[in-house]
Design a protein around this ligand. Structure first.
Ligand code: NAP
Length: 299
């Protein structure tokens, strides 16, 4: 069993949602946490909680969608804390749309934050892990990477990519001392990107808590698990595993179950809600500017 105490962990997406629960769980294990996200305010809040739990914390604001700037982030981390023992690729972005309505920039941002930056950070940290013959890469994927989610196709593609890249890497790194785990949460209540949509989960889909995901991360590191499905309780998670395996053989059977669960209908509602949230928050300015641009062009 791996002991987390004293290990240095790089956690992306540490400012809110599931990331804050992972940070707290790592603090309880007495790890040193390097939390990365764009929001200084969010990181400062988590810093206070981690320190209160007796954990060590370094917060670094960085936009990981700028993949070519990730070497600068890694250099700063190495200067401030030395090498990273555990990388948790948790930062994520989800945009609900009809496939044909995505802009190129939206597709690129989801694929970059969810997949490309995770691969690039791992690529940059791996040589040191291999030299030390120890390390662990944990990828936070999703059940959406196991069965495609309608009106959320780019997110599903990014998570399926994360799953298969992690699956390949784990085999490549066998006997090197560097481990790879993938966590696949289902719907998460309370906090996080699903809860933020304000639309309920489909009927009979399991619901878990962010703390369940954090616990799965800790267990995956301690016991070197290849993959963990987080969905409500061990029985629901076991049933989910069986269904996902069956849908690999019979995808249209999976489509029928998703239709019955009204997955598409609920995701369509999320498109509307996400638009409204975007209008209420910082994206408002962008949308107004875009509208003005269009009106100016028309005039
Ligand atoms: N919530 C769910 O139901 C659910 C289910 C399955 C899987 N997951 C996965 O779990 C992970 C965490 O999700 P969540 O629900 O906690 O989402 P969330 O509440 O939206 O938080 C996303 C985190 O990612 C960070 N982030 C986003 N874009 C970034 C960028 N360009 N650079 C740096 N950091 C960035 C955000 O920080 P800043 O905005 O401050 O940059 C934030 O800390 C994601 O990978 C998600 O796909 C979530």
């Amino acid at each position: 069993m791996t002991i987390i105490a004293g290990q240095t962990v790089l956690l992306t997406g540490a400012s809110r949602g599931i990331g804050t629960f992972i940070a707290r769980a790592l603090a309880k294990e007495k790890a040193t946490i390097v939390g990365v996200s764009r929001s200084q305010q969010g990181l400062d809040k988590v810093a206070a909680e981690v320190k209160a739990l007796g954990g060590k914390w370094i917060g670094i604001t960085h936009d990981i969608s700028q993949v070519e700037e990730l070497p600068i982030l890694v250099k700063e981390i190495n200067q401030r804390v030395g090498s990273i023992d555990i990388l948790i690729n948790n930062a994520g972005l989800e945009i609900y749309k009809k496939f044909q309505d995505y802009s190129t920039a939206e597709m690129q941002s989801v694929l970059t934050v969810n997949l490309m930056s995770a691969m690039e950070l791992s690529r940059l940290l791996l040589p040191t892990m291999l030299c030390q013959r120890r390390g662990h890469i944990v990828n936070i994927a999703s059940l959406a990477g196991k069965k495609g989610s309608p009106y959320d196709s780019i997110y599903s593609a990014s998570k399926a990519g994360l799953l298969m890249w992690g699956d390949s890497l784990r085999q490549e790194l066998v006997d090197t001392g560097v481990k790879v785990s993938t966590i696949c949460p289902g719907y998460i209540s309370g906090q996080g990107m699903f809860a933020d949509t304000g639309v309920p989960a489909p009927r009979l889909a399991g619901i878990s808590t962010p703390a369940d995901v954090a616990n799965a991360v800790i267990q995956a590191i301690k016991h070197n698990q290849a993959e963990a499905i987080v969905n409500q309780d061990p029985i629901t998670a076991g049933m989910t595993k069986l269904l996902m395996a069956l849908w690999q053989i019979f995808p249209k059977f999976g489509d029928t179950v998703y239709q019955w669960m009204e997955v598409a209908k609920l995701n369509q509602l999320r498109i509307e809600n996400q638009m409204q949230i975007a209008l209420r928050t910082s994206d408002r300015k962008l949308m107004v500017t875009a509208k003005l641009d269009t009106e100016i062009k028309k005039a």
